[in-house]
Write a protein that binds this ligand. Sequence first.
Ligand SMILES: C[S@@+](CC[C@H](N)C(=O)[O-])C[C@H]1O[C@@H](n2cnc3c(N)ncnc32)[C@H](O)[C@@H]1O
Length: 324
Amino acid sequence: MKNTTEDKKVIDKLQEDAQEFFLGKINGNLWPYVYGAPQDNNDPVRGGILYNKVLEGEQDYYLYKYEAELFQTKGHLLTSLIGSNATFIELGPGSEQSIRLKTLPLLKTCPHLSGYLGIDISQSFLDKVIEVIHSAFPSIFIDGIQADFTQLKDLPEFAKPVVFFKGSTIANLKRYEVPVFISYIKKLVGKKHYLLVVHDANQDEISLMKAYDNSGVAVFIENIMYRLYRDVIRVGMEPEQFRYKPEWEPENHELKHVLTATKSQKFELNGHTIEIEEGQKFHTFSSFKYPIEVFQNMLSLTGYKPIDFVLDNSGRMAAHLFEG
Ligand SMILES: C[S@@+](CC[C@H](N)C(=O)[O-])C[C@H]1O[C@@H](n2cnc3c(N)ncnc32)[C@H](O)[C@@H]1O
């Protein structure tokens, strides 16, 4: 029952966002829909599966592996600053692989960990997260909340909370959305706490383009159009008629995920007629690549105090510890 209600909310929001996107009112707003799951074997919507293929098959997509390496080799430098008896509240913990490669290695460096709470929109991810964390830490408090982490009304109270947001997910928010989201998290926790957050600080266009401008990422991002077609448009659209190309805007530290229409199209969406011309560009969402100082300043404006940060060996992936 809960799943159905949650799904309806997601579809309603997708309909609203798709309308703004195609009418050109807002762009770059489609990141929450990129990890779509197939409803049956013939369903072409498979963003989550395609993302995993990027992780497995695209050697130059460094973000995930360098972040894992960062936690595995330098996580202790941050957790030793947090100290003992912490409870980690993880936002969007993700797949079993992500837990095993990133979350667990970090948690294992915590002196006397007290607890772990995962918050994810996906119940199946949460079930697995709880199982994996429990097998590594059988005697600590472990729980999961199936919810949209942007819409929480409250959080359970913990003696020493650490909000943990890995995977550079924060960098998919638009720049003006970051302080809003971070202030909301701060208010939600409502007491002194730590924030451990990861982002990609890489400014080098060559390695960025290698990471994103490849066939694996292209198929993954192009899949958003199949999701829009399946969930909100249904007739008249040709989702296969879009081609992916990333665009790097160094002055904004913004890597834009752009789809270009390869054919003119006309379809209805929520009472609006959408006309697309061949060659028209659509900015689906962005991955922001904030330099360390820019990121620290952005969070400082919301009242968080930077404590420290660590970088992976390439100097690209950054894990920050803030106190709020
Ligand atoms: C791409 S995965 C990244 C997972 C993980 N953070 C990592 O670094 O591997 C995004 C995760 O966040 C969850 N998620 C995305 N948007 C969410 C939201 N608004 N509320 C709760 N969970 C969300 C997804 O279900 C998924 O588990």
